[in-house]
Design a protein around this ligand. Structure first.
Ligand SMILES: O=C(O)CCC(=O)C(=O)O
Length: 429
């Protein structure tokens, strides 16, 4: 293991900005090696670890792992494949109303072009939240499959059931007996506290989740289909160019004469009123076009020229341990017959400990040397400052707000409501 301690250790020379960039790059290398070793692969465990092993080798080390299907084989949702059966789901949860997130392209809680661009210098992206509709589970299941198809019939809408407000224990209570209510070895390792939230995710091939991080320890179990994760350790924070974007939300425009959606309605993006901003990761590793990829590669060299993110696929029955504060980007391959991916995740409170303090400190420092920054600046031809990941001075607030921004739509039960969720958004703009 090349720990690079000499180069990365406490140096004798003063730590100038150029030295800082090199040191931060050294930190990326060290953490990668410590997290995943030389294989660069997320470790797979054949069976559920003991609480002590999980605590020592993974949770305390802030290191991801995937636990094999043997850990969930006793769940009826897995052993009897209950959630592959629409008739079972619909009869069991006949009275359930569930929240479905609707976007034109499957990218909710993501950066998209501003509804009314304000010129090149004003920035052209905003942070878009989905239009959230409440509907019966049978309607939701049908919509998710129909809108996953890449053909005309799908229209300009993608449905993803991904309410993250403990929805499994509220909206999907009828299915509670099909899975464990918590992950016993994780609960014990985390001091005996039950999960803070348990969420269900029902998506299709077009549903994406953009790069973000959560202040939770995440045990993420796939029930049907597959989920593909890109993972970056918290120490790679500078590589994602967290910046503030105006917040916006999709609404249905019933008066539109367009017939681009199957119902003759069209999703319209509107900036939030009053205006507010959300700090979010600028990098999109799977942009919608080649042109956009080129733009991203020029604008975000620390991501595209740096070490690859860890990639892993979580298959049906497997559980990914996604440590708190790790950045993740998620796509999915639906089950070949049902056309859906279903996953459940258990969010446990994280420890706000010394690691958290270190991560926040790291985020608060500038990483790119002035030379590199000038090069980047010229390459993009943009007047925006790329020296630092931040365009304001209050970096630790950004760290907190990104999590809150991710959650903010998720606490609303009805998208058509304008009801505020600002209590969750502590943006200091
Ligand atoms: O499954 C997804 O699309 C995203 C999962 C996620 O972001 C999470 O569990 O925190």
């Amino acid at each position: 293991m090349d720990m690079n301690l000499k180069e990365g250790g406490i140096g004798e020379e003063a730590v100038g900005e150029i030295g800082m960039e090199e040191r931060v790059r050294g930190l990326w290398r060290e953490v990668r090696e410590l997290s995943l070793g030389s294989s660069g692969m997320v470790e797979r465990l054949e069976s559920a670890p003991s609480p002590l092993r999980f605590l020592r080798e993974y949770a305390s080390a802030n290191k991801p792992c995937i636990v094999s299907r043997s850990a969930t084989e006793h769940w009826p949702a897995i052993s009897k494949s209950l959630w592959e059966d629409d008739r079972y789901l619909c009869s069991k949860a006949a009275l359930s109303q569930v929240s479905v997130h609707l976007t034109p392209d499957g990218r909710a809680d993501a950066l998209v072009p501003l509804p009314h661009p304000q010129g090149e210098e004003g920035g052209s992206l905003c942070f878009a939240s989905a239009c959230v509709r409440s509907m019966s589970l049978s309607e939701a299941l049908r919509l998710i499959v129909d809108t996953g198809k890449e053909d005309e019939a799908a229209g300009n809408v993608v449905a993803y059931a991904q309410q993250q407000n403990d929805c499994f224990r509220s909206e999907y209570g009828a299915l509670a007996g099909d899975v464990d209510s918590h992950i016993p070895w994780a609960t014990e390792a985390f001091g005996g506290c039950l999960p803070e939230a348990v969420n269900l995710w029902i998506g299709n091939a077009r549903s994406h989740t953009s790069f973000h991080r959560d202040h939770y320890e995440n045990l993420y179990a796939v029930i049907t289909g597959e989920k593909h994760f890109l993972l970056l350790p918290p120490t790679d924070v500078h590589r994602l160019y967290i910046r503030r974007y105006p917040a916006a939300q999709y609404y249905y425009n019933y008066n539109s004469s367009s017939s681009s959606s199957s119902e003759g309605e069209v999703l319209e993006l509107r900036l939030d009123e009053p205006r507010r901003e959300v700090p979010w990761c600028s990098v999109d590793p799977c942009p919608p076009s080649q042109e956009e990829l080129q733009r991203q590669m020029v604008s975000f060299p620390l991501y595209f020229d740096g070490p690859q993110p860890f990639r892993c696929t979580v298959r049906a029955g497997e559980i990914l341990y996604l440590p708190s504060m790790w950045f993740h980007h998620v796509t999915q391959t639906p089950h070949h017959r049902t056309g859906r991916t279903i996953a459940i995740n258990y969010w446990y409170d994280m420890q706000f400990d010394i690691k958290y303090a270190y991560f926040n400190f790291l985020q608060s420092i500038r990483c790119l040397s002035p030379t590199a920054a000038t090069t980047t600046h010229r390459a993009t031809g943009s007047s925006s400052r790329l020296v630092s990941v931040h365009d304001n001075d209050n970096d630790n607030d950004d760290a907190d707000d990104m999590q809150h921004a991710h959650l903010h739509t998720l606490h609303m039960s009805d998208s058509d409501s304008d009801s505020g969720d600002d209590a969750l958004l502590k943006t200091d703009t």
